[in-house]
Ligand binder design. Structure first.
Ligand code: SF4
Length: 454
């Protein structure tokens, strides 16, 4: 009864949290398995950013609980079920009303308690204690500490390292400040120690993670020599021996100051790809979204980054159909999209999210208008992405080999510094190495090539 399957919904932050919960469970003697069919316990690490994401996890939980009831009626055992993460934090006790057979509900700031709660449930199943009804563990206060930071690394070529959590921004459409609490940052020494341990275990690339990663330490630590705590952290991580590449996500355009831009010029391990969520190209919409920058300021940041690093690749998030978005507002988004020529974008059709300030504005843009705007952006994105990939044909790209691709025998996968997926014929001994790959062919989403033997 100790096999746990963790299914992750949502963002990289969630992926990283699932990894960390897995590491804590392993340390407690649990075994993390790759599918729910092999599992004694299923944990759904959920996302609350959109209603649709919550509905998906709720649908999955409903199906698992029905299977559990059928199994019980047949005298067999189905996996225990826990909901953890953002939806657990957001919906809390209300989850039990719709899913009364849940075994566990654990919010974002209580991940570190998951092994203890599972131990209690397991003991009760072995007759060593009373059977608890649904265990619910949710931080009631924003900003309470999450003791999950820092976990034993396994061997991963590329690893996420959480540096801060929470957000003080309160964008009008976003539930994150509610689910993840106020901004709080880890100590720099602890982060650097974690990166050193990862490097010693074989990690070559680290991605520093935070809700607004470039506000790292803004509340806790001082600037020094004109460098913000985040720029200081980047320098320290950059100096760790064995780490060959450094990335970070997601920064906020407002907190992108000169010292961070200069890191792209001065720190060669810092890869030339940045995810910079713009959300809209219309100042009117940005104000309604409570995003504290203008389109002009955003474009200035893009220019500064391109000046510091001409090969910089940009990805972004855009919301279409925010309440009140007119054709003229959307035209500004399109124009901005054309100006930056994003290589990658996550485009979201707005839907009302209860618990957010924007919920009071209603959902005023018709579905077909959102659909059309979404498609216009997707069309452009496809063209930009293909053009960028085609521009790589004939070049030699530095690729960090992550492992086998799912596309047939002998095909390996890695990423170039601009975060493009590269496929090439390879062998297992290439995994974890930085290799030059000459690009021979490109599609919209991936490029193909061959390792160059110098
Ligand atoms: S910056 Fe805005 S969108 Fe991002 S997590 Fe904070 S409130 Fe949400």
């Amino acid at each position: 009864m100790n096999r746990v399957f963790i299914k992750t919904y949502g963002c990289q932050m969630n992926e990283r949290d699932s990894e960390a919960v897995g590491a804590l469970l392993r340390a407690r003697g649990y075994c993390i398995v790759a599918s729910e069919e092999e599992a004694d316990v299923v944990l759904l690490n959920t996302c609350s950013v959109r209603d649709q994401a919550e509905q998906k996890a709720l649908g999955k939980a409903g199906r698992l609980l029905r299977a559990k009831r059928t199994a019980a009626a047949n005298g067999t055992q189905a996996p225990l079920l826990g909901i953890i993460g953002c939806m657990a934090q957001n919906k809390g006790h209300a989850l039990v009303d719709s899913l009364p057979d849940l075994d566990l509900i654990v919010g974002t700031q209580k991940f570190h308690q998951v092994p203890t709660h599972l131990d209690h449930i397991m003991e009760s199943l072995r007759g060593l204690g009373p059977r608890p009804s649904t265990i619910i563990d949710i931080a009631e206060e924003e900003g309470s500490q999450n003791a999950i930071n820092g976990h034993a690394p396994g061997r991963r070529v590329s690893a996420f390292v959480s540096v801060m959590q929470g957000c003080d921004m309160h964008c009008s459409y976003c539930i994150v400040p509610h689910t993840r609490g106020a901004e709080r940052s880890r100590r720099m020494e602890d982060i650097v120690a974690e990166v050193r341990a990862l490097a010693a275990a074989g990690t070559r690339e680290v991605t520093l993670l935070g809700q607004i990663v470039n506000r790292y330490g803004a509340k806790e630590f001082r600037s020094s020599g004109g460098k913000s705590p985040f720029a200081q952290l980047l320098e320290k991580v950059h100096a760790v021996e064995g780490v060959e590449r450094v990335r970070f996500t997601s920064p906020h355009p407002t907190a992108f100051r000169r010292d961070i831009v200069e890191c792209f010029r001065d720190l060669p391990k810092l890869c030339e790809h940045i995810h910079l969520p713009v959300q809209s190209g219309s100042d009117r919409m940005l104000r309604a979204m409570r995003r504290p920058y203008t389109r002009e300021r955003f474009l200035r940041t893009v220019d500064a980054l391109r000046d510091a690093c001409p090969q910089m690749c940009f990805s972004t998030d855009i919301i279409v159909g925010f309440p009140g978005e007119t054709d003229a507002d959307f035209a500004e988004t399109l124009a901005l999209f054309d100006e930056v020529r994003f290589d990658m974008a996550f485009i979201f059709k707005y839907s009302t999210r209860s618990g957010t300030a924007a919920a009071a504005l209603g959902d005023t843009v018709p579905r077909e208008v959102k659909e059309a705007r979404n498609n216009m952006l997707l069309e452009r994105l496809g063209a930009f992405s293909l053009a960028r990939n085609q521009s790589l044909v004939g070049t030699e790209q530095e690729v960090l080999v992550e492992g086998r691709a799912r596309r047939g025998e002998g095909v390996f996968m890695g990423r170039n510094r601009g975060n493009r997926k590269v496929l090439f014929p390879g062998t297992a001994d290439m995994e974890g190495r930085l290799l030059p790959v000459r690009i021979s062919r490109a599609t919209t989403t991936v490029v193909f090539g061959d390792v160059v033997k110098h």
